[in-house]
Structures are given as C-alpha cells and as structure tokens.
Design a protein around this ligand. Structure first.
Ligand SMILES: Cc1cc2nc3c(=O)[nH]c(=O)nc-3n(C[C@H](O)[C@H](O)[C@H](O)COP(=O)(O)OP(=O)(O)OC[C@H]3O[C@@H](n4cnc5c(N)ncnc54)[C@H](O)[C@@H]3O)c2cc1C
Length: 543
C-alpha cells in the first residue's frame, strides 16, 4: 500500500493540554521552524483534557486568591508528601514554581477561569492543604486547549488530524520521526525532534472514564525505541458511573450527600469492609476529599469494598454498585451539584428519585516515560509531556496537578525540542526508506481474554496470582501469533509494563494496593523503572 510521507522540524503527537502547549511553545520559541501537530481525531475534540466528565476540572497554581497563605513552597511540600516518596523532587519543584506563570499566559491568550468579585475562585482538592485549584466548571480543559489551539494556528503551526501514530522512527538508537496510520493508509513523518503528548492508557481498561483514543500508544512506542518509563504501576482509579451509560465521575460533592451504597441483593455492604474502630460516616466524608482510590486515607475502604462486591458477583447487571442519594431534594442538588444534576437529567435520571450504578473506573496514569527537567526522555530526539510522561506524580498526586503538569512541562518540552531541532546535525531520514508498518486493526477476539485479565489484575485490588495470570496470557498471545500488528503489540507492551511494575512493588503505597502485601515497605521509597533489555524483554527494577 502506498504510504503518505511528511517532513517537519518538530513533531508533536497528541492535541490535549500537554500537546497543545508544546506545539505553541515550539513555534513561538523558534518561529522559523516547521512545527507539526499530529492528532487522532480532531484537535480540541479528543483526549482527557477536553473530556467533560465531572462537575469541575481543576488546574493547580499557588496564586493564593483564597488568601489562605498558599505559596510555591507549600505547594511543593504538598506534592512531595502526597507522592509518598516516589515523585521526582526536581520535577515537582518546577511545577510548584512555574504553574502560576503558565496560568497568567493562558489568561493572556484568552482562556478564562471562574472568578468572584474580580478574583480567581480557587478550591481545595485532595492532597492539597490550600485552596489552589482553578476551574471553569467542567470545561476548564476545553478553555485551555481552545486558547492554545487558536494561538498556535495564528502562529502557523501545521496540523495533521485523523492520524493514529503507532511507532517511532529510530536510527542508531535515536528518534527521527514517527509512523502510523491515517484513514487506513500508512503515514511516515520524519522530524528532527518528536514530542510525545498522547496522554494515558485508560482505554486499555474495560472499566474506564477516559476517551477511547487513550490506548497507551505513547508508552509502548517509547519503550520499543529504548526509553525508560517510571512508576507505571500507579494508575488513578476512582468511582464513576456505569449506569446510565455515560462517562462521568462521582466527585466530592456527591459523597457529601451521604450516599447509600447497596449491592445487587440490596445489602449495605460497607460495614463488612470497614474495621469496627473506624466510622462508616467518617469513611464517606473522607471520600468527599479524595476522589481517587488511595491507601493513604481511610476512604480506601469504599473502593476496596465496591471492587470486592463486584468481583464476588454481587454487582449490578451493569457491573456496578447502587448509589442512592434519593434522600436529597432537587433543590439541594441544583444548588450544590448543578452540572451533575443537569447531566443526569439529560439522561432521563432524576437523582432525587432514581438510583444510579457506579464502579471503580480508570481516570488517569501517574507514571510514564521518564523525563528530565526539560521533558527530554532517555532517548535522544524524543521528548514527553503531560500524562504520557513519568516522574512528576509518584504514588499519589494532589487533584489538579495533571493539568498543571501538562502546562508546565508542555512549555518546557516545546522550547527544549525546538532548541534541539535547531542544533541537531544530520539529515532527516528519507521517509520512504523504512519498513511499512503492519497496521492490521488488532481488533482480534482473543484480545478480549487479555482485557479481562487486565481488569482482574490491574484495578483497585491487586495480587501476585492475577498479575502472573495476565503476564502468562500476554506471553502465550505472542507465542501463538504469526505476525503481530503494531497496535496489538502496543496493547500487550503497555499491559506488560504495568503488570511487571506492580509485581515488583511488593507493598501497598498510594494508589497501588497489593492485598498480598497490605503494608508499606520503607525500603521501597523509590520509583520503579521499566525498559526493554537487549533481547527485547521488559525488565522492571527500582530506581
Ligand atoms: C474524568 C476526568 C477528570 C479529570 N479531572 C482532573 C482534574 O480535575 N484535574 C487534573 O489536573 N486532571 C484531571 N484529570 C486528568 C487530566 O485530565 C489528564 O491527565 C490531562 O488532561 C492529560 O493531558 P494530556 O495532554 O497529557 O493528554 P490528553 O488530554 O488525554 O490528550 C492526549 C491527546 O493525544 C491523542 N492521541 C492519543 N493516542 C494517540 C496516537 N496514537 N496518535 C495520535 N494522537 C493520539 C488524543 O487523541 C489526544 O488528542 C481528569 C481526567 C478525567 C478522565
């Protein structure tokens, strides 16, 4: 099949918050460079940043609008403490120091955030000791990406839409571009610098609240190119809706309504999981402060209880748990959770009258491709920003930090990649010289078995037995496959990296819970690393 070929100086893969900031900065920093955004779907319509699935989407910056004494130093302390010893302190300091400037630049570009009496409204999210999250209701990410997209197009950035990038072009161990498929046809893009910004891997999981394009291609491509990844076992999972059919998370305000949780038999099961010296009311009120599952707080009993009830076959027909707040009036719902209330009404559900069904769902990844202070990866020519990058968050993170990370390292990565492209010697690889990718759909029935093993091994409750089952299934899939297409290879590689990291971490820490190792082991106060060895096998180790 004939392939499409493109040449550019800087290639950015992915058009969420991180990619949009990186593409803008690369072009602004070096206007004469040819800077290209390649994105699956339409720029501004895909990925988590623009995926409106919650009452409010927060971005952190220690602006101190709430006048509660917030500062970069306190922000730094919060991130380090919430990261439980595994976040990279050099990277974290950069977020604490630079997020405020990135917010004001967004405002200058036309993004607006909620204000009251002329001041930003800042809210306190989980893992934060101060109110530092800015929002524009649930549309915060849309505001950010729209502002950056308009500014980038104004500066002459090129855009290739409807493309799925699946592999990197590598010469002598260095990255020189990327390859993928565009409307069924192979495409090769040669570039002097590549910025990976294609988000997380939520779509690999049967239970997820993320956009379908987030299959973890970025992690797999980087690993195949020789890059190191860090903290892959840390996946942020929290309660979201499984019925009615929609993508929506059950955030703090919904837990403040003191919901009644019941299994399919109508049993209030929480009491079977919460120790007798811990109050159930207290556990529920802690959940209002901690959307993602984390062993850091007693709110963990809720996620563990829901997971175990569902695994034991006592879940609802849609694989969830009944969530009942019918004791709350319409007026109170309208007042305290207006976006949630309306979102459900649009689906024909009145929360003051109807139960819904919820389950633990994957929201985002904390680990990813290891980067330095300039978002450079361990492979020359490759940079990574946003959720696909690793080291910034650790075992748990303050709510609102992913968006902050995407802006701070999108800024740094865009500039560093532009500088690298200008200084790099050597010619671009002629696009038609490499092998054509095997891009068969990968929609193979046998993958269903892998997906259910992912669901059993990598969600809230983990143990060695289920992790081994998943790894064995991955091995036997590869052994029995004559020619593995690259999309399937990516899926298997990402699952393998997560499983091997989770297996290595024989303890429970933050958002990683091993029921066979429920305590925290102080000697594991380090990040896990994964990379391929010379034979192509994925190896996991501690930093
Ligand atoms: C429901 C929900 C609520 C959240 N709430 C918060 C919050 O309040 N605060 C916070 O900080 N974070 C929150 N997060 C996490 C945060 O939204 C993300 O981590 C962040 O937006 C990621 O930005 P990104 O640019 O790295 O990736 P994304 O915004 O996910 O963008 C990835 C881009 O890459 C594209 N892409 C993917 N694969 C390919 C490929 N193979 N080829 C080409 N393009 C590709 C996608 O289509 C998309 O354009 C939430 C996430 C969800 C799902």
């Amino acid at each position: 099949m004939e392939r499409e070929t493109v040449q550019t100086d800087v290639l950015v893969i992915g058009g969420g918050g991180g990619g949009s900031r990186a593409v803008y900065e690369a072009k602004r920093f070096h206007p004469r460079l040819d800077v290209t955004m390649a994105v699956e779907g339409k720029w501004g319509k895909t990925g988590s940043t623009v995926w409106v699935a919650s009452e409010a989407l927060g971005i952190n910056a220690p602006i101190n609008s709430a006048e509660d004494g917030d500062s970069p130093e306190i922000f730094l302390k919060d991130i380090i403490e919430t990261g439980l010893g595994t976040a990279n302190q050099d990277l974290v300091k950069i977020i604490a120091d630079e997020s405020t400037d990135r917010i004001y630049e967004l405002v200058d570009m036309g993004a607006s955030f909620d204000t009251l009496n002329g001041k930003f409204v800042q809210k306190k999210l989980s893992g934060c000791t101060k109110a530092r999250s800015l929002t524009r209701g649930g549309q915060t990410g849309v505001e950010i990406v729209n502002a950056l997209r308009n500014a980038s197009l104004g500066k002459g950035v090129n855009v290739i839409e409807e493309v799925r990038i699946l592999d990197l072009i590598v010469r002598d161990g260095e990255v020189w571009g990327a390859r993928g498929t565009r409307q069924g046809r192979p495409i090769d893009i040669s570039a002097k610098a590549v910025i990976m910004a294609c988000g997380g891997a939520g779509a690999l999981f049967p239970h997820t609240v993320t956009h379908t394009s987030l299959r973890g291609d970025g992690y797999a491509m980087a690993c195949r190119a020789g890059a190191m990844l860090s903290g892959m076992e840390f996946i942020q999972i929290g309660p979201g809706v499984v019925y009615p059919s929609m993508h929506f998370i059950i955030h703090s305000h919904m837990w403040r309504f003191s919901p009644r949780l019941k299994n399919r038999l109508g049993e209030k099961f929480l009491k079977n999981y919460v120790p007798s010296d811990v109050s159930i009311d207290e556990v529920i009120s802690l959940k209002a402060m901690s959307f993602p599952f984390s062993v850091r707080t007693d709110a963990r009993y809720i996620d563990i209880a829901m997971s175990k009830e569902i695994l034991a076959g006592r879940g609802t027909d849609h694989g969830g748990i009944f969530f009942d707040i019918t004791h709350i009036s319409r007026e109170e719902l309208q007042d305290k959770a207006p976006i949630t209330h309306k979102t459900f009404l649009d689906k024909g559900i009145d929360l003051s009258r109807d139960e819904i069904e919820i389950a633990p769902l994957v929201q985002s990844m904390n680990g990813g491709i290891k980067i330095d202070k300039h978002a450079a990866t361990t492979v020359r020519g490759l940079f990574a920003v946003g959720e696909v990058s690793g080291g910034v968050h650790g075992a748990d993170r303050p709510g609102g930090n992913n968006l902050a990370d995407s802006q701070v390292f999108g800024y740094r990565g865009g500039q560093a990649a532009a500088r690298f492209a200008v200084e790099r010697s050597g010619d671009l690889i002629p696009a038609e010289s490499g092998q054509i990718l095997n891009i068969d759909s990968g929609a193979d029935d046998k993958l269903e078995d892998i997906y259910s093993a992912i669901d059993a091994a990598l969600m809230v409750v983990r143990n060695k037995e289920n992790l081994d089952v998943l790894l064995n299934k991955i091995d036997s899939y590869r052994d029995n496959c004559d020619s593995l297409d690259v999309a399937t290879d990516n899926i298997l590689l990402v699952a393998e990296m997560i499983a091997k990291s989770a297996l290595l971490r024989e303890e429970s820490r933050g958002i990683h819970y091993r029921e066979d190792f429920p305590g925290t082991n102080k000697s594991y106060n380090r990040a896990t690393l994964v990379r391929r060895d010379d034979e192509g096998a994925v190896e996991a180790s501690f930093e």
